[in-house]
Design a protein around this ligand. Structure first.
Ligand code: NDP
Length: 326
């Protein structure tokens, strides 16, 4: 197998020299085991903070893939099946079946299997449960989402439309803003080029926001919290603006807006709803098949380009889910 190791813990923004490509020889599979061949890799923001915390220098880089079972001595996972697996950045791996998640049995032929890493996988579920169970978004409400053209954000905005809301989204490039319009967002802007974020948020929704789905954190949140309506709800999903910081940020300061507007702010990890994943995936698939939920993937070809694709995603090169084909 070919594998990418993390040979140096990140200092600030990741560098190519933090990774090393190696060849490894895998043993024969034993009873109960399967051999997995990676088809698609996902690069996700969490890998930046989590690899730092849970990997040692020299470890296999962490990550999720859609894999095909090419050999099997485990009756639960026959040859030819597709699974989502946390095997890390490696083209082939051996598993005893623990933690392997088969794709939905009703997976339609016309839907790319890579979607199991995006809209029909962890990011889609994050959007679904974060918006409906943490923001408690209701018909007629106004929703703000940032990193809106990304894997999670683009699904958040579309679910909010399906549920009868008004959606304001922002992203860091004009072509992303155009894409958000295309998929039904009501108000969109490029947060990098607006003269004032505060003014842009006020203009997009003069009466403020009922729900704020936060993927970005930091300075953005300090400003957005002041634009909430009374009793607004904030789902703290991610803080990508801070992941590459060398020092932990001191803001945003939340007390004044939380008190004066009686806001509810809640952080969450999608795993909280693991027992309801099936419900979420079935609903997301139904919306896709009804044409209500659109998806886009930002595809990088070649296993050797995994580090570049990871860094590109952190830099904002992706519209939709960042995927790597082997
Ligand atoms: P995306 O597909 O949205 O890719 C990351 C995007 O973040 C980039 O495209 C870029 O878009 C934006 N970005 C990068 N740097 C900054 C910055 N300094 N300020 C503002 N935006 C920035 O990733 P995901 O959809 O997979 O993840 C989105 C967020 O959700 C992340 O924070 C992630 O950690 C979080 N998450 C949380 C989960 C949970 O369980 N709580 C589960 C999954 C994801 P742009 O051009 O707009 O800047």
């Amino acid at each position: 197998s070919r594998s990418w190791l993390l040979i140096k813990h990140f200092e600030g923004f990741p560098k190519h020299s933090d990774f090393k490509l190696v060849q490894r020889q895998l043993p024969e599979i034993k009873n109960g085991e399967v051999l997995l061949e990676a088809q698609f890799f996902s690069v996700d923001p969490y890998m930046r903070p989590y690899s730092q915390r849970s990997l040692k220098e020299g470890d296999l880089m962490m990550g999720t893939q859609v894999a095909r079972i090419t050999e099997s001595k485990n009756p639960n996972f026959p040859v030819g099946g597709y699974v989502v697996s946390n095997s890390g950045w490696t083209t082939h791996s051996i598993s005893n079946g623990a933690g392997l998640v088969p794709l939905l049995p009703e997976w339609p032929e016309k839907i790319p299997k890579s979607l199991a890493l995006g809209t029909l996988g962890m990011p889609g579920l994050t959007a679904y449960f974060g918006l409906l169970d943490v923001c408690l978004m209701k018909n007629g409400e106004t929703v703000l989402v940032n990193a809106a053209a990304g894997a999670v954000g683009s699904v958040v905005g579309q679910i909010a439309k399906i549920k009868g809301g008004k959606v304001v989204g922002c992203a860091g490039a004009d072509d992303k803003v155009a894409y958000l319009k295309e998929i039904g967002f009501d108000e969109v802007f490029n947060y990098k080029t607006v003269p004032s974020l505060e003014e842009a948020l006020k203009k997009a929704s003069p009466n403020g926001y009922d729900c704020y789905f936060d993927n970005v954190g930091g300075e953005f949140s300090s400003i957005a919290l002041l634009q909430m309506k009374m009793y607004g709800r904030i789902a703290v999903c991610g803080a990508i603006s801070e992941y590459n910081d060398l020092e932990t940020s001191k803001g945003p300061y939340v007390q004044f807006p939380l008190i004066s507007k009686e806001l509810r702010m809640e952080g969450f990890l999608v795993h909280r709803w693991i027992k309801r994943y099936d419900e979420g995936l079935k609903q997301l698939l139904a919306w896709i098949l009804e044409g209500k939920l659109k998806y886009r993937e930002h595809i990088t070809n070649g296993f050797e380009n995994l580090p570049a694709a990871f860094m590109g995603m952190l830099r904002g090169e992706n519209t939709g889910k960042a995927i790597i084909t082997v």
